[in-house]
Structures are given as C-alpha cells and as structure tokens.
Design a binder for this molecule. Structure first.
Ligand code: ADP
Length: 501
C-alpha cells in the first residue's frame, strides 16, 4: 500500500515526520484516483514532498464522515465546556510543536522562520484559545411577547462546514475558520491551498492526539477547481467559508448556490493608506512599510496604495525608499537577518513581474525594485517594488498585485483623499495617518472599508472583527462577530395557555 508519511529534514536541520494522506475520520487515506500535489520549496524550486490530492469522491467521503460526526453523540452531546477543553488541548499540542510547525511553514511558504514562529504560530494558538473560551458561551434569548406565549431562541451548529484556505497564512487562516466552527459545535471539511499543503497535515496528527472524535475535523488537500469546487458544490455541505482571490470568491458564490449554502467570503483588496500633512512622518513610514512589505506583500489587507498629501509627499517618498532599503532584506527564510523571503510560487512571481511591466507601460515611475535580486539565481525572489507618478485609471492603481509592490500617489485636500481611497471595487482595509483627532475619526467613517487603522496599518487582532465590504467579501471573521456565521438561530414558540389563534 501507499506510503502516507515520510521522514524529512528541513533546511534548518529540523527532522520530523510529514504526513501525506487525506485526513478523514481521524485516519489517513490515499487519493481514490491517485491524484497528488508536489509541494515546492520557493527558495530553491526543489520538491519538498508529494501529498495525496482529493478527488470528487474523496471529498464526498470526507463530507459523509463530517455528517456522521455531526450526529454522533460523542460530538453532538458534548457540552460546550468540554468542546472548549478539547480545543485548548489542541492548542497545547500546537505549542509543544511550534518549532516544527514554524519550520514547515517557512520551508513550504517561504516566509521567514522567525515570522512563522513569532507571528503565525502565536496567532494560530491565540485564535483557537479565544474561540475555545466561547464554546460554553453560545446561547439564545428569551423573548417577551404576551403572557400566553413563552418564546425563546437556541443557537444550533450550522452543520457540515466546508472551509477553503489560502496559502499566505496556511495555519492561522485555518485557525480563523476552525476556531468559531468548533466552538459552535459544527463539523468541518477543510481544504488547504495546493501551494502549501504540509503544515496543516502535521496539525491533523495533533487533532487526533487531542482526542477530537473521528470526522469532526477532516483535512483534505486537493486542487481548487477539483476538490475546492466539489466541496463548494456538495449538496450535503451546509456552509462554505473561503479566503482567497476575488475571482475565485465569485466562482464559489455560484457553486454554493447548489443548495443555497451559507457563505462567508474573504477576497482581496487594494487597501489605501492616507498620509496627511500633519502626520508623524517616521511613524507613517514605518507602518506603511509593514503594511505592504511584510509577508512578502502577500496579505489581503496589504496597504498597497499609499496616498500622501502634497506638502509631505517628497519627504515621504524619500523616507519610504530609505526604509525599504534598510529594512527589506530579501533572502533565505531561515536566515535570521531576512525580512522578505521568496514569493510562494512561480505563478505569483510571474504575476508581480508582469505588473512591473504594466506599470512601466502605463507611464508610472519605477522608483525602486521590480527585478529578481542579483544574488538569487534560484527561487521566486523579487525586489521590493515602488512606483510613483500613478493615476487612478492605471491598472497598477486598481488591481491587486499580491506582492511587495506598492504605488504612491498624492492628494491636495481631505475630500480628494477620500475620493481616491474609495475609487476601487474593493473595500477591505484602510489606514489613516494624521495627528488631527477629529479628522482621523471623520475620515475613518468616510472610507468604504471593513477595517480602518488610525496611525498604524495591518494591525489586526483575533479579538477584533475582520472582513470587507464591496468586492472584498461577505461576512466577518474573528472577534465575537466571527461566531455569527457558524450558528443558526432557531426560534421556539410555546403556547402557555390552552388557546387557539
Ligand atoms: P490564488 O489565486 O491566490 O492561488 P485562490 O483564490 O485561487 O488564490 O485560492 C484560494 C483557495 O481557493 C485555495 O484553497 C484554492 O485551492 C481554492 N480554489 C481555487 N479555485 C477554486 C474553485 N474553482 N472552487 C473552489 N475552490 C477553489
């Protein structure tokens, strides 16, 4: 039979056992049609491991397991308190294995190891812990009508949840979706991104070890148009939650109409960052750099359109360039000096390079970057890229690039700043830099976005709702608001008197 695990030694010398199968019913399965995904190390373009890829019938098998688990008393009758304990046990196991998980993440995704360890893994654990705390705090209301009626609501799990995960934060994106789903008593079929299939399979071993009943959490790698589409279409899946590109979000919305699934979609953005003349320049530059250059620029909320008021414009551009030069060290994810690793895949690398050409063709000014760093002859490395001289009609001003690629424009008035900020199909994040208290809040209210950061950027937090308006998505994740998508409200009417209507 097929080998469903392999001993690996990562580039940092870390040895561990990498699972390769489809995790269904707490067991490891081969793909029913021999489908595989070979994951590539983006730093040197070499294969890391080959995992099983789910066929449509494997997705069906996982959905059946999740449906059975949903009805099994071992899960359906478990108290919220015990569900919370189970989630905390999983967090404890994740903590015990955090070096292994950060190693896999850096190897497979290309993000710096220290970032994976100190940011992604922390967010993964904290998000699961946060929702573990809610597991015994999911309850309904008593609603007063007339003395003859006793009415109350209960909150029930939505059911079998399909969760489709992107590659930019493989573990924390899974935690954002697993946390509220488990807290509310759902069962899950989770499909990781085919670009980064490895770390979550290691978590699957911990899920089993923690003691989750079989079928509660199923993890099936597979290709988007096959496994992802099968999950979104499946007639016995009650909900689909997705994070990824806007184009795929639109596909999923259509596929989910098969049985009118509940949907939450978190798609892309072209988030603006506004810097007013009265802003603290150093602070604005520091956050603007974090907002677009961290995680290799692969962040849905990346503040990829910087707009600076005229008096500060030249100073900002000079200081931003200097900041990129001094901080954005591109290189090996396992080198402690590295700020920026490779892009996740060749497709993403090529996409960014093509936007460099588009920007030049459109007549924008390439201030810096746009090339492969001279030291790298292998791997999907790209220099941090800055364009100025942009106008709102340009594609590089409107389209999401998803890389270390930023455009800097200028504005004169507050009205114009808001108009430019809102001149986009998207509405995910926005940042405002000003020391004028009333302007900060006024502009925050006028921007069409799901999240606004005042005097910071991409300063997200698992306790605070996250999501978009316009073409950036539907619904909210994180915070208390993130629970709404994972339970249905049932209203129960009791006739207290013997009466007819
Ligand atoms: P990107 O274009 O950046 O790779 P995608 O939005 O395509 O981002 O991918 C995000 C997730 O959506 C991945 O898990 C991917 O497999 C999945 N996916 C891609 N296409 C489809 C599809 N047609 N139906 C369902 N899921 C899909």
């Amino acid at each position: 039979s097929k080998q469903l695990q392999v001993e690996l030694t990562a580039p940092n010398g870390h040895r561990y056992t990498q699972p390769l199968g489809l995790f269904i019913n707490n067991e490891w399965h081969p793909s029913s049609n021999g489908g595989v995904i070979t994951s590539i190390n983006p730093s040197n373009e070499q294969a890391i491991a080959t995992v099983e890829a789910a066929s449509e019938s494997d997705i069906d098998k996982a959905v059946k397991a999740a449906r059975k688990a949903l009805r099994d008393p071992s899960w359906s009758e478990m108290s919220g308190t015990d569900r919370g304990k189970l989630m905390r046990r999983l967090v404890q196991l994740i903590e015990e294995n955090r070096e292994t998980l950060a190693t896999i993440e850096a190897w497979d995704n290309g993000k710096p190891y220290s970032v994976a360890l100190n940011e992604d893994l922390v967010e993964t654990s904290e998000t699961l812990l946060y929702y573990a705390g809610y597991a015994d705090k999911i309850f309904g209301q008593v609603i007063e009508t007339t003395p003859a009626k006793f009415a109350y609501t209960v909150r029930e799990p939505v059911g079998v949840c399909g969760q489709i995960i992107p590659w930019n934060y493989p573990l924390s994106m899974a935690a954002w979706k697993l946390g509220p789903a488990l807290a509310c008593g759902n069962t899950v079929v989770l499909k990781p991104a085919e670009q980064t299939p490895l770390s979550i399979l290691f978590v699957a071993t911990l899920i089993k070890k923690a003691g989750f009943p079989p079928g509660v959490i199923n993890i099936v790698n597979g290709y988007g148009p096959v496994a992802g589409a099968a999950l979104a279409t499946h007639m016995d899946v009650d909900k689909v939650a997705f994070t990824g590109s806007a184009a795929t979000a639109k596909q999923i919305m259509k596929l989910a109409s098969s049985n009118l699934k509940s949907i939450t979609l978190e798609a892309g953005g072209k988030s603006p960052l506004l810097v007013f003349n009265d802003a603290d320049l150093d602070n604005a530059v520091e956050w603007a750099h974090i907002g677009i250059m961290s995680n290799q620029g692969q962040i849905c909320t990346a503040t990829s359109r910087i707009l600076v008021q005229s008096d500060l414009y030249d100073k900002f551009v000079a200081a931003f360039r200097a900041r990129v030069k001094s901080v954005s060290k591109v290189g090996d994810p396992f080198d402690a000096q590295t700020f920026q690793g490779p892009q996740v895949t060749k497709a993403q690398y090529d996409r960014i390079r093509s936007y460099v050409d588009i920007g030049k063709d459109e007549g924008a000014t390439l201030e810096m970057g746009g090339e492969r760093p001279t030291a790298a002859n292998k791997g999907f490395f790209i220099e941090p890229t800055v364009f100025t001289g942009v106008s709102p009609t340009m594609r590089i001003f409107q389209e999401e690039v998803f890389g270390p690629f930023v455009v800097i424009g200028r504005f004169e008035s507050e009205d114009k700043a808001v108009e430019l900020a809102n001149d986009t199909q998207y509405g995910l994040g926005a940042a405002v830099f000003t020391t004028d208290l009333t302007r900060a809040h006024r502009v925050a209210r006028r921007i069409e976005a799901g999240m606004v950061w005042i005097n910071s950027s991409n300063d997200s937090d698992w306790r605070i709702p996250f999501g978009g308006v316009k073409a950036s998505g539907i619904g909210r994740e994180l915070g208390e608001a993130g629970l709404a998508a994972y339970s249905n409200i049932k209203a129960i009417h009791v006739n207290m008197a013997v009466r007819s209507k």
